[in-house]
Design a protein around this ligand. Structure first.
Ligand code: ATP
Length: 318
């Protein structure tokens, strides 16, 4: 048995290492795959932006179906809205309404079948995909963590540009995402601390902050926050909201919202239904519309929050 122990132990170790590498590679491919779908036009120019705090986004009559409508299912049937420089606009609607799709279209993961998506008046279908992606930071629903250092996990956010972030950029982004305090106080090797399966396990809120830092690494003029669907506790939700609001300053922000409690302070809320904008306005305006879609969603989320005891304080404070 002793003779077998050493080789079997080796095998076990290698198996775990190989399996872990596969997880990293798979995560990488998932990200790369969504990065390569749309070809640029010949001679397409780069996006021209006057300054970081000067980006404007317009959706004009956007029509979209996955796979070009081959399966006949229109997800967006002529959606129009604008996000002015420095604003925070939230997209809400029931599950499957097309909220995340709007974020993907702004990032030009897919080309649309009708209408236009414009950044500062430039149709993103006509400019280079690379320059569009350089201008946009995304905080995705699920942040993929690599089994590597905190530095690597944040520096990776420059993918889409040609380089990884430097340690100075990583630290600046972590500070802006309000993650630097955690690194300084809780991580014994600072930014060199290993995270993920083989290292420090991060909580849901800490992972979200890594995702925010990653997105801020490029110091992008436009941010898309695709809010995590899994519920965070009230305290963490408030903390993340603070981080997001800090990160949002001086940028143009689109929030794909699943929980209404997080977007009450938005400049405008767009309510999607059946592929169209059903309602739009700020929270007080939409909430006043008794029997309206937003009001109904709000009342039902409040009811759920009260019965589960989660996040209700945020909603009641409204
Ligand atoms: P949720 O609140 O559940 O996240 P959502 O409003 O963000 O929903 P989307 O993720 O935008 O909805 O999806 C809109 C519709 O498009 C859904 O019916 C979904 O199944 C479909 N869909 C999403 N991604 C794809 C894809 N890559 N290929 C085909 N259909 C898709």
């Amino acid at each position: 048995i002793l003779q077998l122990y050493v080789p079997l132990n080796f095998l076990g170790t290698y198996y775990r290492m190989i399996k872990q590498c596969m997880v990293d590679v798979e995560a990488m491919f998932r990200l790369m795959k969504e990065n390569n779908d749309v070809p640029d036009e010949d001679g397409a120019a780069d996006l021209a932006l006057p300054g970081r705090d000067d980006a404007r986004v317009d959706f004009e009559g956007v029509k979209f179906a996955y796979s070009g409508g081959a399966d006949g299912r229109q997800i967006l049937r002529g959606v129009s809205f604008s996000v002015e420089p420095g604003q925070k606009v939230a997209i809400v609607g029931s599950s499957g309404a097309g909220k995340s799709t709007i974020g993907k279209l702004l990032y030009r993961l897919y080309d649309i079948q009708g209408g236009a998506v414009l950044i500062n008046g430039q149709n993103i279908a006509k400019i280079t995909q690379r320059s569009v992606r350089c201008a946009i930071g995304i905080v995705p629903q699920d942040c993929v963590l690599f089994n590597d250092t905190i530095e690597y996990n944040i520096a990776f956010g420059k993918l889409g540009t040609s380089t990884m972030g430097t340690i100075e950029e990583v630290k600046r982004a972590a500070k802006a995402a309000q993650f630097s305090k955690f690194v300084d106080e809780q991580c014994k090797d600072g930014y060199q601390t290993l995270v993920g399966e083989r290292g420090l396990r991060l909580s849901g809120g800490e992972k979200q902050r890594v995702a925010i830092a990653r997105a801020l690494l490029k110091d992008p003029p436009i941010m898309i926050y695709d809010e995590a669907t899994s519920s965070l506790d009230t305290h963490t939700e408030k903390e993340i909201m603070l981080s997001i609001n800090e990160a949002a300053k001086g940028r143009t922000n689109l929030v794909i919202a699943h929980r209404l409690s997080t977007i009450m302070d938005s400049d405008c809320i767009i309510v999607l239904k059946d592929g169209e904008v059903a309602e739009r306005g700020d929270h007080p305006t939409l909430y006043e519309k008794s029997g309206g879609l937003y009001r109904t969603m709000w009342d039902s989320q409040l009811q759920n929050a009260l019965s589960s005891g989660e996040s209700a304080s945020n909603m009641l404070a409204a």
